[in-house]
Design a protein around this ligand. Sequence first.
Ligand code: LFR
Length: 472
Amino acid sequence: MPRYSIAVDIGASSGRLILGYLEDGLLKLEEIHRFENKIVKKGDSFCWEADKLFQEIKNGLKKCVELGIQPDSIGIDTWAVDFLLLDENNQPLTEAVSYRDPRTDGMMEEVFELFSKERLYLETGIQFQKFNTIYQLFSIKKNNPEILEKAKSFLMIPDYFNYLLTGKKANEYTNATSTQLVNAFTKHWDVQILDVLGINKEMFQEIKTPKTILGTLSKELVSELGFDLQVILPATHDTGSAVIAVPEEDESIYISSGTWSLIGVENYFPICVTKALDYNFTNEGGIDYQYRFLKNIMGLWMIQEVKRNYNDEYSFAQLVDLAREARDYKAIVNVNDDRFLKPENMIDAIMNYCIETQQQVPNTPGEVAKCVFDSLAVSYQEAVSEIEEIFEKKFTKINVIGGGCQNEMLNQLIADVTNKEVFAGPVEATAIGNIAAQLMALGEINDIKEARSIIKDSFEVKKYLPAQQVIS
Ligand code: LFR
């Protein structure tokens, strides 16, 4: 009998429960449940609906029962940086505010007055994004200090769901590093930073690494669901899980392509040199204490918002086709400009950028989409050059993983613009990486090397050559 693991993978626009198991040496996946996720306005803040998401996790587990599946384990991953603070009765003190909320505007600069930018980078190795947890906490300290005073537990979003499942509190390592509060070398909470910023250290939990078996379901849940299972920590940061599923690790750069595009390489030590700081690369913690040396690029969020701002009149596939037809249109925006993080209207933001930079303004959905895809590709190329400069070597391949790797036009564009071979797949990288960590914890897979070789044999990867046609 194979061991059945459930990956709960929640992204910015949807969440899924995916069943994974080994059969004849190959990893098999089956989607059990899918649900919507979105940012909603609650009062003045942009928030996630954490309790609704947890209800969906339970709905998915109930579906397993209906399908006659008895999973052995479950592992949860989501986006990074966001968190909940619990009071002494373990109740959330606030909504789960989204990192796209403007509460962190200006906070980075205020933190730098207390703790220099260079020192922060040297200690944590984490890139400067205004939405990092450190700036979110600092904004609470400044504007709602009473909340921090009452806070007894700091749990990141997957940690919170794990607590609701098991009653056990822990901060998972890969996600904890995204806070910019974990020391890149000791791999523990950086007490110095917390002290200087005046943030209560006691609320942080013990950091536990991927593959830890956190526990089993609480008694209440066992009686509600009718079965028990093991709750295992995968890399709870979705990008950490996705990168486990990169099939071509040698000499290759990966792009984890979804709402964000995360472009970088895997590494065995953090790189905190001045150039990495200047180019704003991060050293996020990975499984087995590997580091993801990467850069955040605004990603498909831009096209998701464009689609929404056209009132969903066009599907993603249609926008790609229209972009292809707009072949003579050319304008490039800096996708990492803060204005694209949460504009009121993405189309207007792109148009205004073109006006300000005296470029031809996109006037049709095809032109807007072409501008987004071209601009993403140019930004990938810049990041590739920066990586090659820092590593003082040329990489030959790019692995595009995650949902965004289904965009054939963008894959070809990446190959053409970077002049490198592009390998697209696996599409389900995050769920695969999540399940691989669980199967390693259960002893079904020995180590990451074996996991990668199974993944390579199990899932389709398409190859694109620069300026040539697709070959499979
Ligand atoms: C991708 C991701 C990125 C992180 C961003 C915000 O889903 O997790 O890695 O920088 O979301 O949390």
